[in-house]
Unconditional design. Structure first.
Length: 334
């Protein structure tokens, strides 16, 4: 009760200062927020709140200076780790911009991309026909060799070593051609997927031009929750988590999707003070280990900065890892 009276007295004093020209009011006046979220006004900073956030106010109530809340060692370490993750994310974003520029310089219309894809597929089809023709001829050659070997055996004669060597060489040639056919099919699928991704990206980039809009280490669970990190145990899990994370971003981001590939998921930048834009980057820890990093982007304004440092943003980061784990637990294991 006494604390409430004290706060009421200080608030009343503050407004009296605003409405008067009393010399006493020329002293420094601070606006502070206590541990319970209550706003206090005082002409001095209490010792117990020396490390809390405070604002120095002018006699008219204008904010002259802001002192942010002192950060603990744990918070400083988290921020350092967050900065390292963002540097890796920036590299991926920079690489994406280079790819975008190359795409726009190489092709001048979506029709050119479709034509290029068609020509590329024709190359693969032609290679396939050549390989199939070769396979047919070599299979015929093997049949003839095997018939000749059978005739020797029927006559009770030993099959010549040279003929046996020729049969072995022909069988190996058949294996090589079959391997080449499989590699051709795999490569064709890969190139087709790459072209389709380029086409989708090109369509977005050209539409956006026409219609512009305003240390490597495995973290602890506590750090991962605070930073918005998910550590992948293997490639299969990482790919599943990547798709689940994409759903998370679409649910919680207030801006529309922008970039999607196997290294970066990024929604469009925030257009208003109250927009939250999310991005996800697949960052290598070692040659075979990866972590998924969820980042939150807000408008470059005081309101936007407060939004990104708010409890809402912290809760969003904290919920990311559990969201992915829960979804993975419902996914059938293969």
């Amino acid at each position: 009760m006494q604390a409430k009276i004290f706060r009421s007295t200080i608030v009343l004093s503050f407004f009296i200062c605003l409405l008067s020209s009393n010399p006493v009011c020329a002293k420094r006046l601070y606006r502070l927020v206590d541990q319970y979220g209550n706003t206090l006004f005082s002409d001095q900073v209490p010792a117990e709140q020396a490390k809390d956030r405070r604002e120095l106010l002018s006699p008219s109530g204008r904010v002259l200076e802001v002192t942010e809340k002192a950060k603990s060692k744990e918070q400083q370490e988290l921020e350092k780790h967050l900065e390292e993750l963002r540097k890796e994310e920036e590299k991926l974003i920079a690489r994406q911009k280079i790819n975008d520029n190359a795409l726009l310089l190489t092709f001048h219309s979506k029709e050119e991309l479709y034509t290029a894809l068609k020509l590329k597929m024709q190359v693969f089809d032609n290679q396939k026909k050549v390989l199939q023709g070769n396979l047919k001829n070599v299979n015929k050659q093997l049949q003839d060799q095997q018939k000749l070997a059978a005739s020797f055996e029927r006559d009770g004669e030993k099959v010549p070593k040279r003929l046996l060597d020729d049969i072995n060489a022909t069988q190996q040639q058949i294996q090589h051609i079959n391997s080449a056919l499989l590699a051709n099919a795999d490569r064709q699928i890969l190139v087709k997927n790459e072209y389709n991704a380029d086409i989708e990206r090109y369509l977005f980039l050209t539409q956006a031009v026409k219609k512009p809009t305003s240390q490597t280490r495995i973290p602890s669970i506590k750090q991962a929750n605070a930073l918005g990190l998910f550590y992948c145990e293997n490639d299969h899990q990482c790919n599943k988590a990547w798709e689940i994370a994409r759903e998370f971003i679409n649910i919680h981001s207030t801006t529309k999707p922008d970039v999607y590939n196997d290294k970066l998921i990024m929604n469009r930048p925030p257009a208003t003070d109250y927009d939250i834009s999310l991005s996800l980057s697949r960052i290598a820890i070692t040659e075979n280990d990866y972590q998924l990093f969820l980042d939150i982007h807000c408008q470059d304004s005081s309101i936007g900065e407060e939004l990104c440092s708010s409890q809402k943003a912290k809760d969003l980061r904290f919920s990311f890892r559990s969201y992915v784990n829960e979804a993975l637990s419902r996914t059938p294991q293969q």
